[in-house]
Design a protein around this ligand. Structure first.
Ligand code: 9GP
Length: 825
């Protein structure tokens, strides 16, 4: 399918049970080549999903056609991750088909719920960053804003996490094994991407020009995915690239008997889109990551300029037609790529090309950890992308000249701001490049954006005060309330109508109902039903049992020291220790289930240790008969979007306990509040805005504030003093160190304990007591069921701001300046 294809008179299947059944059976017969008597669950799932697709097809083609005709300004969202979650329910919702499909399948004796479970979620992202991208494209489609998402079709997504004796073991996530019905491959539209080689400089009528003579190439094959808007007739496109060899197979070598060599080129090329975030502790891994980044942006720019734009498009007008949003630094190499295309391939003058490039890109930074700001060694860049390195040098040269003019007496500052770092090795700072080239730079929550300006990119915000802005993250209410929490959705709709699905601010109308006892009872009934549903899910999925009458206290997010899963664990161990030592009677403890969900990066030792420790503590607590029904640790393996959709609606308490000044935003925090969990959290990321909106009384704040953290670190932090002065902290750490949770083996978790006592980079021990105190406040509050429910309802009512629709409006107003294009009716 191309965007300028002439209208084809296809018809949407009838929106009736009979219409669906006819189309479904046709797909089963003609698409899957089977019939009802012999079809497997996967056959039926694939046929059903394709049938659902048909209902969206007319809208998709119409959207593409209209966009081609009117050439409205679009957003190209460039992202290494799109963590989509399952597609079926979202498509059913967008097309308003759920009832028709359920009934239609039932009339054939098929259970929709069973087919739902056959869908394998595409794990094409790691966490918040990728899920945010998925929320954003959902919102843009729903708001009728032209957008194309560009990324990588990883053959293996984020690894499948398993636990062996409580330790994380990674398994490949073969999400495509049974086929994906949601993708549309277009091998005929493959584009070539070059790597390596050298550059040449030649005289062109007295002007020195450059060209890249690449050493090798691969093909990028586009796979299109529908991004349907909610019941609005629009379907945007997500285009993910898969790498193939230019010459896949050498028959001559094959016939000579060297079978491995015959497919070498193919294997080499396909590695580029093989896995998400290949381990990068080896030079090969690093190189592969840079290959991935360049691969997908080169494909995307080529696609946009050569395929999406009309042939006669004047690139001088490019900023009126597109904004390339750089989702973190992974796609930043797109900047020199556009310069290369304009200057080397199209023969533009450097200054003209730079002026246009600076208007076409905007950069979102998603981190505050200095080590997470990517740099690429000059050596590697020069080897893989020699022409791009030259271009980056030239951009930097001009930038340095600009700085020297602005700050003639401050050479130190000029060097600090250089795009090229000199130590520990010569390297390109991608965040700096993005900041210099981007029209706008944004952080992802108010505090984060402020800290970017004050600290991480301070010199730049000083130099370009107008470039910096904030857009607080958001989450799509379609997936994370309407679909994930159908019973709460129904309750809300019965109270205030269904307008909230596309206008989440309407949830404010629930506010008075927080004081209505009947509504609160109904709200509790929903929470209970969600917990019961979760009990079933965890029993079936993981063999985990928990008592739905306990408070469900949830910490789900990537495993990282700054997020401080160990702080949560110290709370659990402290409670356990108090009961065990007799300091507290078991009857006096609020019964709680502590649910964890977290994957650790395969090469991140301390994170993997923490997973081992959570499971070890869980094993000890869960097997202690005295604690049955009182304290439970539930750590289902392989936390993903599908599980999040079950866990979040059931939660009572949301743990958002990162060290202040480290979490850029968080988006899980928003999902929990929206589903009526109360937050225990630090003054960090978007927690700050959540607390401001839901109110102090409905949020459990604790811990050091960011300036206090900075001061302690500046003064010199000594974790042992906290250990020495705090008895319960000492007991908890000593218990872990004693081997109590590791069969008496003191060595097993020694690295965690000694790290906390010697370095504790994220001030776990400093915040321990404040956290324990806040948990006691949680217990007290939870004991008053009516007051707790009131707070939970207020959390929902005041979470409208955290819709990704609002985030998109902010991006549009502050950065993109695009306009909605409603479909033709
Ligand atoms: O760590 C941030 C997280 O706080 C934020 O919510 C998310 C989306 O903006 O991005 C995460 N950042 C990354 O994954 C890598 O920078």
């Amino acid at each position: 399918m191309t965007e300028n294809s002439t209208p084809t008179p296809i018809a949407t299947p009838e929106h009736t049970v009979d219409g669906f059944v006819r189309e479904f059976l046709r797909e089963l017969n003609f698409g899957q080549g089977t019939d009802l008597t012999r079809a497997s669950v996967n056959d039926k799932y694939l046929a059903m999903a394709r049938t659902v697709r048909h209902y969206l097809m007319v809208r998709w083609l119409a959207t593409l056609r209209r966009q081609y005709q009117i050439q409205a300004k679009s957003v190209a969202y460039l992202s290494a991750e799109f963590l989509l979650g399952r597609q079926l329910d979202n498509a059913l919702l967008a097309a308003d088909l759920d009832e028709v499909v359920e009934e239609g399948l039932a009339s054939l004796g098929i259970d929709l719920a069973e087919l739902r479970e056959a869908e394998v979620e595409p794990g094409l992202g790691n966490g918040g960053l990728g899920r945010l991208a998925a929320c954003f494209i959902d919102s843009l489609a729903t708001m009728n804003v032209p957008c194309i998402g560009y990324g990588i079709r990883y053959e293996y997504g984020i690894f499948r996490q398993t636990f062996v004796d409580g330790w994380q073991v990674e398994k490949p996530d073969n999400w495509l094994a049974l086929g994906s019905p949601w993708e549309f491959p277009h091998p005929e539209s493959a584009v070539t991407v070059d790597f390596g080689g050298h550059t040449e400089h030649y005289d062109d009528d007295g002007v020195t020009r450059s060209r890249w003579v690449p050493g090798w190439s691969v093909l990028g094959v586009p796979y299109n995915y529908m991004v349907p808007g909610f019941e609005n007739g629009r379907v945007n496109t997500l285009r993910l690239w898969s790498a193939r060899a230019t010459r896949a197979f050498d028959l001559e070598i094959f016939n000579a008997g060297d079978y491995a060599q015959a497919v070498r080129a193919q294997t080499f090329a396909e590695n580029i889109s093989k896995v998400l975030y290949p381990e990068d502790s080896t030079p090969q891994g690093k190189e592969l990551r840079l290959q991935q980044q360049y691969f997908f942006v080169a494909c995307s720019l080529r696609d946009f300029l050569d395929q999406v734009l009309p042939q006669d498009f004047d690139l001088k007008n490019l900023p009126d037609r597109i904004v390339f949003q750089l989702n973190d630094t992974h796609p930043v190499i797109a900047i020199p790529e556009l310069m290369r295309i304009l200057v080397d391939e199209r023969g533009w003058e450097w200054d003209d090309a730079w002026a246009i490039t600076q208007k076409c890109f905007a950069y979102t930074c998603h981190t505050l950890l200095p080590e997470a700001l990517e740099v690429w060694s000059v050596e590697l860049l020069g080897k893989l992308l020699p022409r791009h390195l030259e271009i980056i040098y030239k951009i930097n040269e001009d930038f340095m000249a600009e700085l020297r003019e602005a700050y003639p007496d401050d050479e130190l500052r000029v060097r600090r701001m250089s795009i090229i770092a000199e130590y520990p090795e010569r390297a390109v700072r991608m965040a700096y490049l993005a900041t210099v080239a981007g029209a706008k730079v944004n952080g992802v929550a108010a505090l984060h954006s402020q800290l970017l300006k004050d600290k991480v990119l301070h010199d730049f915000s000083d130099h370009y005060p107008d470039k910096f802005t904030n857009v607080t993250n958001g989450v799509t209410p379609r997936r994370f309330l309407r679909l994930a929490n159908p019973e709460l959705s129904e309750l809300i709709t019965s109270a205030i109508g269904d307008g909230w699905v596309t206008d989440l601010d309407k949830l404010q109308e629930l506010e008075p109902l927080a004081d209505d006892a009947d509504f609160r009872q109904a709200f509790r009934d929903v929470k209970r039903a969600n917990k019961l549903r979760l009990v079933d899910v965890l029993a079936e999925r993981d063999g985990i049992t928990f008592d739905p009458e306990t408070m469900l206290d949830v910490m789900v997010k990537r495993l990282h020291e700054y997020k401080r899963q160990t702080l949560k664990l110290l709370h659990v161990v402290t409670l356990y220790d108090q009961v065990r030592s007799g300091a507290v009677k078991i009857e006096d403890i609020t019964p709680r289930t502590f649910a964890f969900g977290a994957k650790a990066a395969p090469g991140y030792r301390m994170a993997k240790q923490t997973i081992g420790l959570i499971n070890a503590v869980g094993r000890t607590i869960n097997s202690d008969p005295a604690l049955q029904g009182r304290l439970t640790v539930a750590f289902p393996a392989n936390y993903n979007v599908t599980l999040a959709e079950k866990l979040i609606p059931a939660a009572d308490l949301s743990e958002q306990i990162s060290l202040a000044g480290k979490e850029a935003s968080g988006t899980g925090n928003m999902k929990f509040a929206l589903n009526g969990a109360l937050t225990i959290g630090t003054d960090d990321g978007a927690n700050v805005e959540i607390r401001e909106l839901v109110g102090d009384d409905n949020f459990f704040l604790f811990g050091l504030l960011e300036p206090e953290v900075a001061e302690i670190v500046e003064r010199g932090y000594h974790p042992t003093s906290y250990y020495e002065e705090n008895r319960s902290l000492r007991h908890a750490l000593d218990l872990i160190a004693s081997g109590h949770f590791s069969g008496g083996d003191r060595a097993t978790f020694e690295p965690i304990v000694s790290n906390l006592l010697s370095e504790d980079r994220f001030l776990v021990l400093a915040d321990y007591q404040a956290y324990i105190d806040a948990q006691e406040r949680v217990d007290e509050a939870y004991a008053d069921t009516e007051a707790w429910t009131r707070s939970a309802v207020l959390n929902v009512a005041r979470s409208g701001f955290f819709s990704s629709d609002r985030s998109m409006r902010d991006y549009i107003d502050r950065i993109w300046h695009t306009h909605p294009v409603p479909p033709e009716r």
